[in-house]
Design a protein around this ligand. Structure first.
Ligand SMILES: Nc1nc2c(ncn2[C@@H]2O[C@H](COP(=O)(O)OP(=O)(O)OP(=O)(O)O)[C@@H](O)[C@H]2O)c(=O)[nH]1
Ligand SMILES: [Mg+2]
Ligand SMILES: [Zn+2]
Length: 227
C-alpha cells in the first residue's frame, strides 16, 4: 500500500504568515518598530535589550516595551519591568520558538495596558534557539542575531540559516574575547559568505562597549521607518 505523506508544517507556516501580515499592519498603524531578538540561551538577549532601552530612552527619546518568550518562568519579564519597560511574558510550555498567535495575544495585552500607540519600539525576546525561530515571521521590522564569544567562532558554519536571516549581527561578550581565543577574522570571513549585507557590531552588553554605535545604527533604522 502506498504511504500517504501528511505535510503538517506548510499549513502551520502559512497560517503564521497571515498572522505576521496582520501584525505588520497593526504595528505600521501604531507607528511601532518591532525587533525580533534571536540567539542561543544565555548569549545576552536580556542584557542587550536593557542596554538598548537605556540609550533609546535617554538619547533618542523613544519608549520601549518587551515581549518575552521562554519555555517557562517570568524572570526576564520581571527584570524588564524593573528597568521600567512594559513587559509581557509568554511561556511556550515546551515549544522552542514563538509564533504569530502568541505575539498577537501579547500585543493585545500591551494595547489594553499602556496602549500600543504609546510604544515606539517593541523587542521580542525569542526563545533561546538557533534553529527554528527563523521560520516564524512575527511581523517584525528587524531580526537581530546575537552570538556571544564563549559559544565559539564556528557557529555560523553550523547554524547558517539564522545568520543568513539576520538584519543585524551582534557579537556580544567581547570583553571576554581574550579568554576564548575567538577567531574574529575567521568569523568575519564566514559572515562575508553567508550575509554580507547585515551590519555587524562587537559589543559588551554588560560593560556597554560598542553599544552607542550599535544603538545609533538601530535608531537610524527606526527613524527611516517612521519617515
Ligand atoms: N562578560 C559578559 N557577560 C555578559 C554579557 N552580556 C551578558 N552577560 C552575562 O551572560 C549571562 C546571560 O545573559 P542574559 O542577558 O540573561 O542572556 P539571555 O540570552 O537573555 O539568556 P536566556 O533568556 O536565558 O536565553 C548573564 O550572566 C549576563 O550577566 C557581556 O557582554 N559580557
Ligand atoms: Mg533572557
Ligand atoms: Zn521551534
Amino acid at each position: 500500500m502506498a504511504e500517504k505523506k501528511i505535510d503538517i508544517a506548510s499549513p502551520i507556516l502559512s497560517r503564521n504568515e497571515r498572522l505576521a501580515q496582520e501584525l505588520r499592519e497593526r504595528f505600521a498603524s501604531s507607528g511601532t518598530f518591532v525587533v525580533n531578538v534571536l540567539s542561543s540561551p544565555g548569549s545576552g538577549k536580556t542584557s542587550t535589550i536593557l542596554a538598548i532601552n537605556e540609550r533609546l530612552r535617554d538619547v533618542h527619546g523613544l519608549s520601549c516595551a518587551v515581549i518575552e518568550g521562554d519555555i517557562a518562568s517570568d524572570v526576564d519579564a520581571i527584570t524588564m519591568k524593573e528597568a521600567g519597560m512594559p513587559a509581557i511574558q509568554i511561556n511556550t510550555g515546551g515549544l522552542c520558538h514563538l509564533e504569530g498567535n502568541m505575539i498577537r495575544e501579547a500585543v493585545d495585552a500591551l494595547d489594553a495596558g499602556v496602549g500600543l500607540d504609546t510604544i515606539d519600539v517593541i523587542f521580542i525576546e525569542n526563545v533561546g534557539n538557533l534553529v527554528c525561530p527563523v521560520d516564524f515571521d512575527l511581523g517584525e521590522d528587524l531580526s537581530v542575531m546575537i552570538l556571544s564569544v564563549p559559544e565559539g567562532d564556528d557557529k555560523p558554519l553550523k547554524y547558517p540559516g539564522i545568520f543568513q536571516h539576520a538584519g543585524a549581527i551582534l557579537l556580544n561578550k567581547i570583553d571576554v574575547a581574550p579568554a576564548f581565543d575567538f577567531d574574529l577574522e575567521g568569523f568575519s570571513a564566514t559572515l562575508d559568505d553567508l550575509n554580507p549585507e547585515a551590519p555587524r557590531f562587537q559589543v559588551s552588553a554588560t560593560r556597554g562597549t560598542g553599544m552607542d554605535d550599535w544603538v545609533a545604527w538601530l535608531a537610524a533604522r527606526i527613524a527611516e521607518r517612521r519617515a
